[in-house]
Ligand binder design. Sequence first.
Ligand code: HEC
Ligand SMILES: [Cu+2]
Length: 318
Amino acid sequence: MNPLLPQPRLALPQLSNYAAEYDWLFFAMSVFSVVFVTAIFIAILYFAIKYRAGSPADRTDRIRFRSRVILESSWSLIPFVLLLVFFVWAGKMYVAWSMPPKGALEIAVVGKQWMWKFQHPGGQREINTLHVPLGQPVKLVMTSQDVIHSLFVPALRIKMDAIPGRYTNLWFTAKETGKYHLHCAEYCGTDHSVMGGWLIVMTPADYQTWLAQAGTDLSLAGAGAALFRKYGCSGCHGANSTVHAPSLGGLFGTTVRTEDGREVLADEGYIRDCITVPGKNRVAGYPPIMPNFSGKISEGDLIKLIAYIRSLPPGARP
Ligand code: HEC
Ligand SMILES: [Cu+2]
């Protein structure tokens, strides 16, 4: 963008890497809509008056076939091309927005009636308040424990649904320290209106201090290791198991071949499905004995189990 031009901005801080461009897009679409609506409205008014019943206006058909074709195609094609500009522009932003950079700080988010639960990789937990470091990409891995919720931080200009049974992502880099509102933007029941809180952006040093004093004894992965034994996963997947079950070391991020010949990327959603919908992607060459844990493991525990499986290096057995 040309830095000499006045920058359009909504009456909100431009907190994220997307905010400035989003405001430009919003401004351009508003200008586009206002210009076209005004022009069409004036034309309607003009013709309504000119050709009102009983007016002496000339009503003979004077337009020749050729000019009619030109007229018809130009008012279809010009708006089409103009709208394609918005399509490409917004599409480009959407692509950037949907591809979190590698190495982003991952924070687990669980929405439930009526609160937001956040958990940092070190295991630090918070409710309705989210602390993040300045200038570092942050990726929220979100799900819901009950109905659909939607996390919205207006200052970031981003919003994403939290959907039961699925993981959705949202990433951003915060550009200013401060305290910003966060909301639930999907009507989710009686207390929907109070389901919100604060995003607190801190300098990286302050964030480290905050993490240290928010302290916990176990990281997400560490807590997951304990759950892996508690739920009996280690009985089949563990090093001493006699059951023919896959070793989970290095699984995350690889491509798995399923019994019915598909190739599936082993991401959070895949591991979650293995635990809660075992038949869905059965791994090729293994018996269908993986128990169904659906409804038996809470969202918080699933996130920890996934963090643990992710932390296993290739070749390791739990
Ligand atoms: C009774 C034995 C058994 C238990 C208990 C068990 N699993 Fe499994 N698991 C299997 C078998 C066999 C497979 C491979 C077949 C399949 O995918 O269904 C498997 C597959 C998986 C996969 C996919 C592996 C891959 O290579 O893609 C994951 C992830 C997994 N299990 C996690 C867990 C977790 C977490 C638990 C505990 C909550 C658990 N399992 C409990 C037997 C078991
Ligand atoms: Cu909600």
